[in-house]
Design a binder for this molecule. Structure first.
Ligand code: SF4
Length: 468
């Protein structure tokens, strides 16, 4: 796959309560969240105590026609776009996942990764639970159903206290109640919006924008909201956890038009680029991104340094998602299919490339080689985050440590491997300073950069906690 050299997020979630066109609004919400997962998508609608679901493999627009959405009547719905971090990429693992118990139906959509799913699954199996999928989200719904038998709110609080790791959930009941849950660390974003008096939940504010909903607020870390016909209730279980929002949402995952925890992603990326220009200045004819990933940091670098910004590589927006590359030469084609350099702009020039991250380095190496072949005199690279030296266990698909090139090479070795004249990464301090918050260590997870994991996990268990 062309994208395999890029980190991939795991999911986006959306939900709406009490709207006459719940399925259609959810469809458009998922459209806006497509960048968070492109393997499968699903919509579940509560309709007269039952829940109807339509899921499929592929992109949102490939899965649904307007006729499909007409066949999903009901006024409350949840939706999900998925890239698999736990469980294989098969339709059975597409979400929302539904479960039926004692004539009650529930649907759940999850963004994140539970680091104790394997322990909980074993416990539940001991108690007789039978699992249909390999998703950690199914473990959560089993636990939830078991616990709510003792009372809905207490059951949810108990469930949240047992789950470890990253989770932003939207849950739908057959009666049409919509529930949103954010884990106590607040790893993944989840926000609340309102459209003509109807509440919505979405992974990112860009989904609220698309359906023209107003932003109400972010869910607090650890918060549970229950939305029903009587309005909205918020439950804040007591927790002693220090929040640790994923800082990589700002650098790479979230859409630049989204705002998370009060900070706009576009502006954060520009701030990272500006800081990078101060930390690692170099003379050149122009600054360029590898579009689209480095665009906004490159704008910031250019603005701060006074070096002109150019788009000297042009992105082909019509590349399919599954270009198979069995040989090295085919792999090279694949990289070139996506981005093509503007020859006339490059010959004889000193260039600064801004990238947002390097994971395996294979794609960057091919692109630098292409610039050299076209006559670039000097090629410098600046990365708008620190080196990725540690895997993520909270729902982001970084390679294992051995595949993270910055974990196996020094910066000088990496510079030579990529064929660059110079290479610099943004410092951890610089990345945190751009957030403009006091005591940033108490706000963000940055474990993939410094190995300080905010939620402990069993290192003998692979990232895929259910072991499939
Ligand atoms: Fe985000 Fe990195 Fe923490 Fe994973 S380890 S949650 S990618 S900051």
């Amino acid at each position: 796959m062309i994208e395999h050299d890029r980190p991939r997020d795991e999911c986006g979630v959306f939900g709406i309560h009490g709207h006459p066109e719940a399925a259609k609004i959810t469809y458009f919400g998922l459209y806006a969240l497509q960048h968070r997962g492109q393997e499968s998508a699903g919509i579940a609608v509560a309709n007269d105590k039952r829940i109807d679901v339509h899921k499929g493999m592929g992109l949102v627009h490939e899965i649904y026609t307007m006729e499909d959405l007409e066949k999903l009547p009901g006024t409350s719905a949840i939706g999900h776009v998925r890239y698999s971090t736990t469980g294989g990429s098969v339709l059975a693992n597409a979400q929302p996942f539904t479960a039926r118990h004692k004539n009650k139906t529930y649907a759940v959509a999850h963004n994140g990764n539970l680091v104790n799913a394997h322990i909980l699954k074993e416990e539940l199996e001991e108690m007789g639970s039978i699992f249909q999928t390999t998703m950690d989200s199914e473990v959560a719904i089993h636990l939830f159903i078991r616990n709510v038998q003792r009372g809905f709110v207490d059951g949810m609080v108990e469930t949240v206290s047992r789950l470890k790791g990253a989770f932003s959930f939207v849950i739908l009941t057959g009666k049409g109640e919509l529930i949103g849950i954010k884990d106590p660390n607040g790893f993944r974003p989840l926000c609340l919006g309102r459209l003509n008096g109807h509440y919505l939940l979405a992974s990112e504010t860009c989904a609220l924008d698309l359906v023209q909903a107003e932003f109400v607020r972010e869910l607090e870390p650890g918060e549970i909201v229950i939305i029903d016909d009587s309005g909205i209730r918020s439950i804040m279980p007591e927790t002693r956890v220090t929040p640790s929002m994923c800082i990589f949402e700002y650098i790479y995952f979230a859409r630049p038009d989204s705002t998370i925890a009060g900070r706009n992603v576009y502006q954060m990326r520009k701030a990272h680029g500006k800081r990078l220009a101060r930390e690692a200045p170099v003379e050149a004819d122009f600054v360029m991104p590898f579009p689209d990933s480095g665009n906004y940091a490159a704008l910031g670098y250019s603005e701060e340094s006074g070096i002109p910004f150019e788009m000297a590589m042009i992105r082909n927006h019509y590349v399919g998602r599954s270009f198979i590359q069995p040989t090295q030469s085919m792999r090279d084609f694949a990289v070139r299919i996506k981005l093509n350099p503007v020859k006339e702009q490059i010959k004889g020039k000193d260039i600064i490339i801004i990238e947002d991250s390097i994971i395996r380095g294979t794609t960057a190496r091919t692109r630098v080689k292409a610039l050299r072949e076209l006559g670039a005199k000097k090629v410098h690279m600046r990365i708008s985050c620190p080196p990725h030296r540690f895997p993520c266990y909270y729902g982001i698909d970084f390679s294992t440590k051995g595949e993270l090139i910055a974990a196996t090479k020094t910066i000088d070795e990496l510079r030579d491997y990529l064929g660059l004249d110079s290479l610099h990464y943004l410092s951890i301090e610089g990345m945190l300073a751009a957030g403009g918050v006091e005591n940033p260590e108490r706000h963000f997870c940055k474990a993939c950069f410094d190995g300080k994991y905010p939620v402990p996990f069993d290192p003998s268990i692979s990232k895929n906690c259910l072991g499939d």
